[in-house]
Design a protein around this ligand. Structure first.
Ligand code: RM4
Ligand code: RM4
Ligand code: MN
Ligand code: MN
Length: 430
């Protein structure tokens, strides 16, 4: 039975709000026109913007202390796709799903592909998982995977990644993202250089097996589950590995995987400069890898990241074309609502960054006018572009107010009656 939101309901919801939206859009349009900005061009850009949804994000997350399940949680990847379709149907900017294996492995990939197509969804980067042991697995990842001291364990981790590529090919994906939990909890536990050498050896095998047109994305993270040192700790290690492997190996920036107060937009700039920015996992954080909703804590940082991206596009930087994905954990909200909000926040950051007067900024930088340079960015950031985002959704058949339309649809109630409740509370990210 289809649980999809009725387009009639979305249209009804929009009808009630369209007149006000048109007024707000016209007012913003004339304001922008005074600065020589065509609102229609921005709306076009908002319409073409896409950020992929992580399949693991539609389940309720948790911490190492506890997980409090929500109603109607998806039982498998087929249910997850239904939830992802809702997000895209209402926001119209999340048409791709990034799967995580083996969590999303199925017997019949043909059926999975068929279902995604029926829902208007496609498949973005594949994520492998060698940070957990699976039932029946011969070798444990407790002390590492691709960098493990044992060749047999490394071979098993390589084999899993190759399997992920094979599954990804069946789905029409064209990138593999590798994040490993390998590292150490104690000084002296591992030999930094040897562990990195073993990791690079394993990654060379994966790189050599990449199908044509695929990219290999290396995701760094400074801590957790290893709390003293991780093998791919920061963008330095990630970039070094990507440079060793070859042109199609690139760094992936997860916004939550840096030291507090780190200047992430500058890392983004460096990676762009050397053609090594593979993509993003968007989320927000206050203390660590909090996986909070994008733009919920530091919206200015998200804007500054997009300022670098728009600047690269403006300068037609060669080799530039990162993938945009969300990677969040929703512990106390309805994951569908958080993902819709977050997709819109990322899209908002893009549109605001497009408003930056780049000629003025260049001139202020040239003149060393720090204050006006900063104000130029702030002027863009402080512009409320909500009418542009809402208009982009409306024109594409989405909802002017996705959260309100979602709540009115009763979707969560409906799926809760079909999907049995998960009993008990467990810890963990999924
Ligand atoms: C908390 C805190 C508490 C302890 C739990 C298990 O972080 O330290 O004291 O009871 O962990
Ligand atoms: C990690 C990292 C990876 C994600 C896992 C679930 O912290 O962000 O991208 O696959 O969590
Ligand atoms: Mn991530
Ligand atoms: Mn993470």
């Amino acid at each position: 039975m289809s649980v999809r939101i009725d387009p009639g309901l979305i249209a009804e919801h929009n009808d009630a709000q369209q007149a006000h939206l048109e007024q707000d859009y016209a007012a913003l349009g004339s304001r922008l026109a005074r600065s020589g900005i065509d609102i229609e061009a921005l709306t076009q850009r908002a319409c073409s913007f896409e950020v992929a949804v992580p399949s693991w994000g539609v389940g309720t997350g948790g911490t190492r202390f506890a997980r409090f399940p929500g109603p109607g949680e998806p039982r498998d990847i087929f249910d997850k796709l239904d939830d992802c379709a809702v997000i895209n149907d209402l926001t119209r900017c999340t048409a791709a799903v990034s799967p995580h294996f083996p969590w999303d492995a199925v017997d019949d990939f043909g059926a999975l592909l068929e279902k995604s197509r029926a829902l208007g969804l496609s498949w973005d980067s594949i994520n492998s998982n060698t940070f957990q042991d699976q039932p029946g697995q011969a070798h444990s990842y407790k002390f590492g995977s691709l960098s493990h001291t044992s060749a047999a364990t490394r071979a098993q981790a390589i084999e899993h990644n190759l399997q992920c590529i094979a599954w990804g090919r069946q789905l029409g994906s064209d990138a593999l993202t590798v994040w490993v939990g390998d590292g150490a909890n104690h000084p002296g536990q591992t030999h930094f250089q040897r562990a990195f050498e073993r990791y690079l050896d394993s990654m060379r095998t994966l790189y050599a097996a990449l199908p044509d047109g695929w990219e290999l994305h290396i995701e760094h993270k400074m801590f957790e589950p290893a709390f003293y040192a991780t093998v791919i700790q920061d963008w330095g290690s990630s970039l070094l590995a990507a440079m060793q492997l070859g042109e199609r190996a690139k760094s992936l920036v997860d916004l939550g995987h840096h030291a507090p107060n780190c200047n992430i937009e500058m890392i983004v700039s460096r990676l762009i400069q050397f053609g090594k920015l593979g993509g993003f996992h968007f989320n927000d954080s206050k203390y660590g890898d909090d996986d909070l909703d994008s733009g919920s804590i530091q919206p200015y940082q998200l804007f500054l990241v997009f300022n670098e991206l728009v600047d690269a596009e403006h300068r037609a930087q060669p080799g530039f074309g990162p993938r945009y994905l969300l990677d969040q954990s929703h512990n106390v909200t309805d994951p569908i609502e958080s993902l819709m909000n977050s997709a819109v926040e990322v899209q908002r950051a893009l549109v605001r960054a497009l408003l930056v007067d780049r000629e003025a900024l260049d001139a202020h930088q040239q003149d060393n006018d720090a204050l006006l340079a900063s104000n130029t960015l702030k002027a863009a950031f402080n512009t409320d572009v909500s009418p542009i985002l809402a208009m982009a959704r409306l024109r594409q058949g989405g909802a002017i107010d996705p959260i309100a339309a979602y709540r009115a649809s009763g979707y969560r109630r409906r799926v809760a009656s079909e999907r049995p409740a998960v009993t008990g509370s467990s810890s963990g990210i999924v």
